[in-house]
Write a protein that binds this ligand. Structure first.
Ligand code: 4AD
Ligand code: MG
Length: 479
């Protein structure tokens, strides 16, 4: 990038110096003789005010200064007359780098709905809201890598194309180079995947966990941070078909260590954002307040920065699934049949309405639920001695529900094999995973943190499609 950013210029301590700024016009107002231009270059939520005197600038240039246009401005940095900002640029030269057709430019200096901006996602980066979100997104990514690096973890890239279904959920995107009109067939008249690119059916991965386990059982502490894909048809504000997941995996850790790691890491990341994203958080906090103005007092969220501080400064509640079911069974919304899914007995899978009741109404804190029934969890989770539950842990966050899913892994070969058999997991194809239990198996644990769910929490946004630059969801792969 050429020259100083607007962020640097606005934090300048000198005045009356020559400056050169480049950016896009966010707004233009003024009188016959002077124009006040809000110029933004993405380095900060704050735009710089450029004051242009008509007498000194060519008329055709003045006409090109419209919302959305890209400019190079040369001028003097002076104390601002208005109360909004410390400094402004008194321009003596303006060069139009890129014109923007004012009639057609969709992003006007007014409030646009998030739906409208989603349909114009190629241009929504140009708004304050999305600028803030994506700057924070970068900081969160950076904080996550920082945390693991500081704590001796090794980042592992696990494959994106895979032949295994880690979660056993069977909701995967097929990857193939076979003809869709005339695929090769085998003797039974079925598609012959032996002729496919990899010589077998392959998919986009739903999780890097199984491969991360292999690495952890040699490198000790590892983590993945990669894209994951799920073809579940969930058209909700919490699901994407393509999302990013952070999956640490640690040899010798048991479930308690796993909970400690997740809680410490989440708090580190939240503190990092509080310390490093102040302007953007302030903006999003005000935005949230505006959005919720029409709501009843009790339905309003906690102020964004207070909420982040609250989570960073308080212990998460830890309890078992069995204890949670008791609380839910006796809860008002359950008794009054207000839940969409009424909790009748032990074994029920928890829906997001139940998770949010526990977090937002009952405990009013993040909650880590452990020891779930084995039938509603994946094959690799370590069996408890009761033979009914497994060493699973889900972390539930206010406003979100499940943000982390993890477990202590089944390290005992015989029990793992039996479980795979019961759950119809193909033992032969998974020999490479099972081998870790044959050669030097040790207790180990890990979890998956849904990156965009964390982003929802940190930004106070309510739709997951607004915290990823190019969301992928059913019937939408635009841009
Ligand atoms: O609970 P999940 O399915 O766990 C796993 O995939 C494990 N293999 C992780 C591990 O132990 N290494 O997914 C983990 C997290 C969820 O808690 C949620 O935050 C997020 O991934 N997630 C999604 N986020 C957005 N869109 C979706 N469709 C998601 N599905 C899961
Ligand atoms: Mg889960």
């Amino acid at each position: 990038m050429k020259g100083k950013t607007i962020k640097d210029i606005l934090s300048s301590t000198e005045e009356n110096i020559e400056v050169e700024v480049r950016g896009w016009v966010r707004n233009r107002r003024g009188s016959k003789n002077v124009a006040f231009i809000a110029l933004n270059d993405g380095s900060t939520i704050n735009s710089i005010q450029v004051v242009v005197d008509f007498a000194s600038i060519n008329e055709s240039v003045m006409e090109g200064i419209t919302v959305g246009a890209a400019l190079l401005v040369r001028g003097k940095l002076v104390k601002s007359q208005g109360g909004q900002q410390n400094f402004e640029v008194a321009a003596y030269q303006v060069i139009i780098l890129g014109l923007a057709d004012a009639e057609k430019y969709p992003i006007q200096p007014k409030k646009h709905s998030l739906e409208f901006l989603r349909e114009n996602a190629h241009l929504r980066f140009r708004t304050n809201t999305f600028g803030a979100i994506f700057r924070i997104r970068h900081k969160v990514i950076f904080a996550i890598h920082n945390y693991f690096n500081n704590n001796g973890f090794c980042n592992i890239h696990t494959p994106i194309i895979t032949a295994s279904d880690a979660e056993g959920a069977g909701e995967m995107f097929r990857v193939t180079t076979l003809s869709d009109t005339n695929p090769p067939l085998n003797d039974e008249g079925k598609v012959n995947y032996k002729d496919d690119f990899f010589g077998r059916p392959t998919n986009l991965t739903v999780s890097g966990q199984l491969e991360a386990e292999l690495a952890a059982l040699a490198l000790g502490k590892v983590y993945t941070f990669g894209p994951t894909f799920r073809a579940e048809n969930s058209n909700t504000t919490r699901h994407l078909a393509e999302f990013w997941m952070i999956e640490p995996e640690v040899a010798f850790n048991d479930l308690n260590d796993n909970m400690d790691l997740a809680e410490e890491m989440l708090k580190y990341v939240i503190n990092y954002v509080l310390e490093n994203c102040k302007d953007d958080l302030d903006f999003l906090s005000k935005r949230q307040e505006e959005e919720e103005k029409g709501k009843k007092e009790e339905d309003r969220s906690m102020e964004l920065i207070k909420k982040l501080q609250f989570v960073a400064n308080n212990d998460f509640v830890r309890l078992t699934y069995t204890e949670a079911i008791e609380i839910l069974k006796n809860s008002n919304p359950n008794k009054k049949k207000k839940f969409d899914y009424i909790i009748e007995s032990w074994g029920a899978d928890l829906q997001s309405e139940h998770e949010r009741y526990l977090v937002e109404k009952h405990f009013k804190k993040p909650v880590i639920l452990i020891d779930y029934p084995k039938d509603i969890k994946a094959f690799y989770m370590r069996a408890n001695d009761d033979n009914k539950t497994v060493r699973a842990m889900d972390i539930l966050f206010p406003g979100i529900g499940e943000i982390v899913g993890g477990s202590q892994r089944e390290e005992r070969l015989d029990i793992l094999l039996q479980k795979m058999h019961e759950m119809n997991i193909p033992e032969k194809e998974m020999y490479w995973y099972i081998d870790t239990r044959r050669f030097g198996s040790v207790p180990h644990s890990g979890y998956g943190l849904g990156f965009e769910r964390l982003m929802l929490f940190v930004t106070g946004m309510t739709n997951i499609r607004d915290v990823i630059p190019f969301p992928r969801f059913p019937k939408s792969a635009e841009f």
